[in-house]
Design a protein around this ligand. Structure first.
Ligand SMILES: Nc1ncnc2c1ncn2[C@@H]1O[C@H](COP(=O)(O)OP(=O)(O)OP(=O)(O)O)[C@@H](O)[C@H]1O
Ligand SMILES: [Mg+2]
Length: 269
């Protein structure tokens, strides 16, 4: 019978062992810190959520009371109150939709409907659909893609459009007439880099580390227009993480903000 030959195991030096242990330890404490941060965010989110849900519901019930009690109300006033209720209900619904989506993206069992698609085409389609919506907002829109841009990515297109949608609506909400909103992309060795830049109000340095947290909204007095629910960027972060990608932001108050999305390129078959 032929004797099996085993490779002689390489001896690991004490220093190498210590180095490996140290790096495993560091990785563990980073993961632990991340978990603690997520738990803090979750608790803060639940606290804010009960307030954010209660406030519009209290307002709705007092408007109903007013409609019921004020018998001599004229038609114009009645219609105004009804459309106020309508706006509040729509706002509540959009908030519940966002919470539902956040829950879906948090759930690892919720599968993504991934396809291998050309990011160039997805970005162009998205941009031209926005152009129509943004037409009356007096912002300047720009699409900056390399010539004949094409880059294959393996993504759930609907979810990626949801991320872009939030970045565009933020750029619109936190900018003024005459400001620029620019969508661009470039291919890197193994990744695709997309960016959404605006020349709007920008974000204070102390707020910047928090913008991806659930329910975070910068000081409302600095942000023009109606405030949102503070969930869009948390959803965007979850969607990007589910795709093995990342999202980050650079911003300067009074100059503007750029949000970057990085996605792994699809493996060539
Ligand atoms: N382009 C931007 N310019 C300036 N501030 C921004 C920009 N994008 C986000 N922010 C700040 O980050 C906060 C969080 O953004 P996020 O999209 O999560 O929430 P939102 O827009 O307030 O509400 P939602 O997206 O849920 O409707 C915003 O409230 C705003 O203060
Ligand atoms: Mg938003």
């Amino acid at each position: 019978m032929e004797k099996k030959r085993y490779a002689k195991p390489q001896a690991i030096s004490r220093e190498e062992l210590e180095k490996a242990l140290l790096s495993a330890n560091e990785e563990l404490s980073r993961a632990n810190e991340k978990l603690k941060q997520q738990e803090r965010e979750r608790r803060e989110f639940l606290r804010n959520l009960s307030h954010d849900l209660r406030a519009p519901m209290t307002a709705l019930s007092s408007t109903i009371g007013l409609l019921r009690e004020k018998k001599d109300m004229d038609e114009t006033e009645r219609m105004e109150l009804l459309s106020l209720m309508d706006r509040r209900l729509k706002n509540l619904k959009s908030m519940l939709d966002e919470i539902f989506l956040l829950g879906q993206m948090d759930n690892p069992e919720q599968v993504l409907e991934v396809e291998t698609i050309d990011a160039g085409m997805l970005l162009e389609e998205f941009f031209y659909s926005c152009e129509a919506d943004v037409k009356f907002s007096e912002r300047e829109l720009s699409l900056k893609l390399p010539k004949d841009f094409s880059c294959m990515v393996c993504v759930d297109p609907q979810r990626i459009v949801r991320v872009l949608d939030n970045l565009f609506s933020n750029a619109l909400r936190y900018s003024r007439a005459g400001d620029l909103i620019e969508l661009s992309a470039k291919e890197e060795t193994e990744k695709l880099l997309i960016s959404v830049r605006d020349t709007g109000v920008g974000i204070l340095p102390e707020d910047l580390p928090h913008v991806f947290e659930r329910s975070f909204r910068a000081d409302a007095s600095r942000t023009p227009g109606d405030g949102g629910h503070g969930l869009g960027l948390a959803i965007a972060r979850s969607i990007m993480e589910r795709h093995g990608g990342t999202i980050w932001c650079e911003s300067k108050p009074g100059v503007g903000s750029t949000f970057f999305l990085e996605l792994p390129k699809a493996e060539e078959s």
